[in-house]
Ligand binder design. Structure first.
Ligand SMILES: *Cc1c(COP(=O)(O)O)cnc(C)c1O
Length: 883
C-alpha cells in the first residue's frame, strides 16, 4: 500500500489506539487523571485558530495568545506565591534542571543538593544535566544536610513529596539561605490551592508541571512545565516570559494599566477568591482523608503524617494479593521495591473508585459511611498548620467567566486577535509552517491515546508501542538512520540529547578528551547553546560570502583540534537556504579527524524523499516533528524533537528510571525528559502524515516546497535581491533570504518596518534578521497554492513601491505607512487623522485587502524597550471590560 486515504487512516489508527487499555491509574509521580472541560477540548485543543499560530514574536497580531499566556503566568505566580513566572517549560524534570542551573549561574558553586523524596524521573533529568556541566549532585535527606561548607549552589526538594508527605521546609530554607545556597521547590499547583504556598517557606524558585490543571495524561505529554521565582532572580529566569508594555499610540498591549504584582494582590481584595478548582478540591480532599482513615481502620500502615492526595501504604495483605485484586479491578498502583504501595488520587475519582481501593487493600468499608465520620474531617489538611490562608486567583480574569457562554466568548475574543494559518500563509523561514490537517489531528483526542499514564504497564500501552515502532521505521527510512529516540520534546532538546550521545560514544571508546564542537557562524542559536549545555567547547567555523560553509576554515579547525574534536553541527540545506554541494566532503573531513557529525534536521522539508542525512555522512539529527512532520506550532509549542542516529550511537540514546525505552542493557548517559517517550500524545500526527502521503506523496511535497520557494524568489527578483543562491544552479532550496538592508540608507526603512507593514496586508512576517541581520527569510512550504504565493509576493511588491515613494520623496521619510505600521482599526476610523497619507493607503493597501476579510492588528506597534524597562509579567488589574 503506497498511501492511505483519510477515512481508512482514521479506522486504522483507531484500531492501533484501542490496543491501549484504559485502566484507572493511581500511580501519581507527577501524572494525574483530570477532567478536561469539553469546551476547552473543542474550542482550543481541536481548533486550528488556536493551534496553528507561531510563537508570538510579532505581538501586534498575537495579542490573544499573549493574554492567555499572561493569565497562565499569573496563575502560577499566584499559586506558588512567587513574584514572577515564565510562560512554560518543557516538563517538570526540565524545569527542575533549569532551576538548579540557575542557582549555579548565580553563585558558581560546584555542588547541588537534591532531595531523595523527589519523583525519580526528576532526579534523573537533573543528574543528567548537571553531569555535563561538571557539577556534583548529592541526593540526600535535605533535613540532614549541613550547608555551612558554603559549596552548595542550590537545594531542590519536593512539596508534597513523591510519596505524598507534606513537610515544613522553613528551617531547611533558612539554614540554606544563611550560607548563601538558593532554594528550589518542586510542587503541585493543585495542592497549592489548599496548602501554604512554598513562598511562605522562603523558597527562591518553584517548579513543576501544570498537567493536572486540565491537560490529559497522554502517555507522558505534551504537558507544560512551570517555573516561578522571586523578583530578584527574574533576569536569570529561563524560558519565555510574557510582559505588559505599551504600543505606539501609548496604549497598553492588553489595555491594562501598568502596576506591580504586589499592588495587584492588594487591590483585588473585593473580588471573590473562589474558583471552580477550589470547590472541587475541598470535596476531593475529604475523599482523600476518608481513604486514609478507612485504610487505617482496616489495619493498613500509613506512614504519611500529612498528605495532599498521595499515600504510601504498607498493606496488611500480601503484595501479590494486592496486585491480583488491583488487576481484577483494572487499577494501576505504584509498587515500591520494599512491598509498600503508592496511591495518588485525583479529581476524577468517584465513590466507586474509592470503594474499589478499599477492596484492594482488604477493607470492607464504604466511603459513603466514612464521610459521615467526624474523624475524617479532623484529618483534613484544612485543619492543619499547612492550610493555605493567602488568597489566589483573585484577578477578575479568573472570576468573570462563570458560564459556558462567557468562557466560549472569551476564548473566541482572544482567538480573533491572532493571525494563524486559518487566515493566511505564515512564511517563516526555517520554521516550516505547513498544513496541520484535521485527519492528522483527530487521533490526538482519542481517549485511548489521552487517558494513559506514562508509567502504566507495557501490556496496557501496546497501541502506543505499535505507533512508536511504525513511526520509527518510517523516520529511519526517510532519514537513513538506524534508530530513533522519541524522548526529546523540542528541536533544542534533541540537539542536547544527540550531543550527549556523541560524548557518551567517545567516552565509551576511551576517547575522553573530545570536547570541541565546530559550529558555522550561520547556525541556529540553539546549536551553540545546546553544545554548551552538553559541556562542549564551541569553535566557530567561517561562512563564505556566498553563504556556504568555508571548507578551508573547517578543515584547518578540524585538524587543529584533531585530538579534541567531538563533533560538527551543521544544517543542510544550510540556514542560508542553499544545498551545499560540499556537504559529503565536510562530513568526511570531520570523520577523518575523529569527530562525529550532528546534522540539525530543521530543514528536512527540503530533503524528505530526495536525500537522506544518513547517506551523505551524518551520524545524528533531531527531527522537528512540529515543522516537517505536521505537528502544529501551537503558538510556541508543544513540539517533538526526536533524534535519529546511526547504529554505532544507538546504545547511547536517552534512558529512563521508570520505563526504560532502551531496555535493561542500555549504556545511556541518562535522561533528558520527564516522560520516557516525550510528548507521545502528538506522535499520531506525524504517523498519520507519513501514512497518508506515502513515499511518492512525501517526495512530491518536498519538490513542491522547493519549487514554491524558487517561484517566489524569481517573482520577487526585480524588487528584492535573494541573498544566497547555489553558484552552479542559481537556485535556492525550500526557503530563501531577501535583502532589505539597503533601504535603511535610501529610505530609512528596516526589516522590522516591512514586517509590521505586512500585517496591514493581512500577513505574518517572514523570519526577521536571521540568519543574516537586516534581512527576511521566506519559506512558503508545499501547503500554499499559487494564488496565496502570488498574494504574498504582491504584498511585498506593493511594499517595495511604498519604499520607492519614500526614496523619491513622495512619502514622508518619518511619517509613512511603513514606519507607522501596523494600523489599528481605531486609528483608521478615528475622527482625527493627521498623517500625510490616506486612511485607505493605511488599511487597504492592496486590491486583495477587503473590508469583509480584513485582519486588523489589535494594537499599534509594540514598544519592546519600554516593556523591558518596566517589567510586568502577571495580569495587571482593572479591566473595564470585565466589570
Ligand atoms: C527550529 C530550529 C531549531 C530548534 O528547534 P525547536 O524545536 O524550536 O527547539 C534548531 N535549528 C534550526 C535550524 C531550526 O530552524
Amino acid at each position: 500500500m503506497l498511501f492511505i486515504g483519510e477515512y481508512e487512516l482514521i479506522n486504522r489508527i483507531r484500531k492501533v489506539a484501542e490496543r491501549n487499555k484504559i485502566w484507572r491509574s493511581y500511580i501519581g509521580m507527577g501524572y494525574h487523571n483530570c477532567c478536561v472541560p469539553h469546551t476547552i477540548m473543542r474550542n482550543i485543543f481541536e481548533n486550528p485558530g488556536w493551534t496553528t499560530q507561531y510563537t508570538p514574536y510579532q505581538p501586534e497580531v498575537a495579542q490573544g495568545r499573549l493574554e492567555g499566556l499572561l493569565n497562565y503566568q499569573t496563575l502560577v505566580s499566584d499559586l506558588t506565591g512567587l513574584e514572577v513566572a515564565n510562560a512554560s517549560l518543557l516538563d517538570e524534570g526540565t524545569a527542575a534542571a533549569e532551576a538548579l542551573s540557575l542557582c549555579y549561574r548565580q553563585n558558581r558553586r560546584p555542588k547541588l543538593l537534591v532531595s531523595n523524596m523527589l519523583h525519580p524521573q526528576t532526579i534523573s533529568v537533573v543528574e543528567t544535566r548537571c553531569q555535563s556541566l561538571g557539577l556534583t549532585v548529592e541526593i540526600n535527606d535535605v533535613f540532614e544536610v549541613d550547608f555551612s561548607n558554603r559549596d552548595i549552589a542550590g537545594v531542590l526538594f519536593q512539596y508534597p513529596d513523591t510519596e505524598g508527605n507534606v513537610h515544613d521546609f522553613s528551617a531547611v530554607t533558612e539554614h540554606a539561605h544563611s550560607h548563601g545556597t538558593l532554594v528550589c521547590c518542586a510542587t503541585d499547583l493543585l495542592s497549592l490551592t489548599l496548602l501554604r504556598p512554598p513562598s511562605e517557606f522562603g523558597v527562591d524558585i518553584a517548579v513543576g508541571t501544570s498537567q493536572r490543571l486540565g491537560v490529559p495524561l497522554g502517555y507522558g505529554g505534551p504537558h507544560a512545565g512551570f517555573f516561578a521565582c522571586t523578583q530578584s532572580l527574574v533576569r536569570l529566569m529561563p524560558g519565555r516570559m510574557i510582559g505588559v508594555t505599551r504600543d505606539a499610540s501609548g496604549r497598553d498591549g492588553y489595555r491594562l494599566a501598568l502596576q506591580t504584582r504586589e499592588q495587584h494582590i492588594r487591590r483585588d481584595k473585593a473580588t471573590s477568591n473562589i474558583c471552580t478548582a477550589q470547590a472541587l478540591l475541598a470535596n476531593m480532599s475529604a475523599m482523600f482523608a476518608a481513604l486514609q482513615y478507612g485504610l487505617d481502620l482496616d489495619m493498613n500502615m500509613i506512614p504519611n503524617q500529612l498528605f495532599f492526595d498521595t499515600l504510601r501504604i504498607e498493606p496488611k495483605l500480601e503484595i501479590e494479593d494486592i496486585k491480583a485484586r488491583a488487576y481484577q479491578k483494572e487499577i494501576n498502583l505504584r509498587y515500591y521495591e520494599d512491598g509498600s504501595v503508592g496511591v495518588a488520587l485525583d479529581e476524577t475519582v468517584t465513590f466507586q473508585d474509592i470503594n474499589d481501593l478499599f477492596y484492594i487493600f482488604g477493607g470492607t468499608r464504604k466511603i459513603e459511611d466514612l464521610l459521615e465520620d467526624p474523624m475524617v474531617r479532623e484529618k483534613s489538611i484544612s485543619r492543619s498548620e499547612f492550610k493555605r490562608t493567602s488568597p489566589f486567583l483573585t484577578h477578575p480574569v479568573f472570576n468573570s467567566h462563570h458560564s459556558e457562554t462567557r468562557i466560549v466568548r472569551y476564548m473566541k475574543k482572544l482567538e480573533n486577535k491572532d493571525i494563524s494559518l486559518v487566515h493566511s500563509m505564515i512564511p517563516l523561514g526555517s520554521c516550516t509552517m505547513k498544513l496541520n490537517s484535521t485527519t492528522e489531528m483527530m487521533p490526538c483526542s482519542f481517549k485511548h491515546f489521552t487517558d494513559i499514564h506514562p508509567f502504566a504497564p507495557l501490556d496496557q500501552s501496546l497501541g502506543y508501542h505499535q505507533l512508536f515502532a511504525e513511526l520509527e521505521k518510517d523516520l529511519c527510512t526517510i532519514t537513513g538512520y538506524d534508530k530513533i529516540s522519541f524522548q526529546p520534546n523540542s528541536g533544542a532538546q534533541g540537539e542536547y540529547a544527540g550531543l550527549r550521545a556523541i560524548q557518551c560514544y567517545h567516552e565509551a571508546r576511551g576517547d575522553k578528551l573530545r570536547d570541541v564542537c565546530l559550529i558555522p557562524v550561520s547556525a541556529h542559536g540553539t546549536n551553540p547553546a545546546s553544545a554548551q549545555m552538553a559541556g562542549m567547547r564551541v569553535e566557530p567555523v567561517k561562512v563564505k560570502h556566498d553563504g556556504t560553509i568555508d571548507v578551508e576554515d573547517l578543515k584547518s579547525k578540524a585538524e587543529k583540534f584533531k585530538n579534541r574534536l567531538s563533533c560538527l553541527m551543521i544544517t543542510y540545506p544550510s540556514t542560508n537556504g542553499v544545498f551545499e554541494e560540499t556537504v559529503a566532503d565536510v562530513c568526511d573531513i570531520i570523520h577523518k579527524n575523529g569527530g562525529q557529525v550532528y546534522l540539525d534536521g530543521a530543514n528536512m522539508n527540503a530533503q524528505v524523499g530526495l536525500c537522506r542525512p544518513g547517506d551523505y555522512g551524518s551520524d545524528v539529527s533531531h527531527l522537528n516533528l512540529h515543522k516537517t512532520f505536521c505537528i502544529p506550532h501551537g503558538g510556541g509549542g508543544p513540539g517533538m524533537g526526536p533524534i535519529g542516529v546511526k547504529s554505532h550511537l544507538a546504545p547511547f540514546l536517552p534512558g529512563h528510571p521508570v520505563v526504560n525505552p532502551l531496555g535493561a542493557n542500555s549504556t545511556s548517559y541518562g535522561v533528558v525528559s520527564a516522560a520516557p517517550y516525550g510528548s507521545s500524545a502528538i506522535l499520531p500526527i506525524s504517523w498519520a502524515y507519513i501514512k497518508m502521503m506515502g513515499p511518492r506523496g512525501l517526495r512530491k511535497a518536498t519538490q513542491v516546497a522547493i519549487l514554491n520557494a524558487n517561484y517566489m524568489s524569481k517573482v520577487l527578483e526585480p524588487y528584492y535581491e535573494t541573498v544566497f543562491k547555489s553558484s552552479t544552479s542559481d537556485l535556492v532550496a525550500h526557503e530563501f533570504i531577501i535583502d532589505v538592508r539597503d533601504f535603511k540608507k535610501t529610505a530609512n526603512i528596516e526589516a522590522a518596518d516591512i514586517a509590521k507593514r505586512l500585517m496591514d496586508y493581512g500577513f505574518h512576517a517572514p523570519t526577521m534578521s536571521w540568519p543574516v541581520a537586516g534581512t527576511l527569510m521566506i519559506e512558503p512550504t508545499e501547503s500554499e497554492d499559487k494564488q496565496e504565493l502570488d498574494r504574498f509576493c504582491d504584498a511585498l511588491i506593493s511594499i517595495r513601491q511604498e519604499i520607492r515613494d519614500i526614496e523619491e520623496g513622495k512619502l514622508d521619510i518619518r511619517v509613512n505607512p511603513l514606519k507607522m505600521a501596523p494600523h489599528t482599526q481605531e486609528q483608521v476610523i478615528s475622527s482625527s487623522w493627521e498623517r500625510p497619507y490616506s486612511r485607505e493607503e493605511a488599511a487597504f493597501p492592496a486590491h486583495f485587502v477587503k473590508p469583509d476579510t480584513k485582519i486588523w492588528p489589535t494594537v499599534a506597534r509594540i514598544d519592546d524597550i519600554y516593556g523591558d524597562k518596566h517589567l510586568v509579567c502577571t495580569c495587571p488589574p482593572i479591566l473595564d471590560e470585565y466589570n
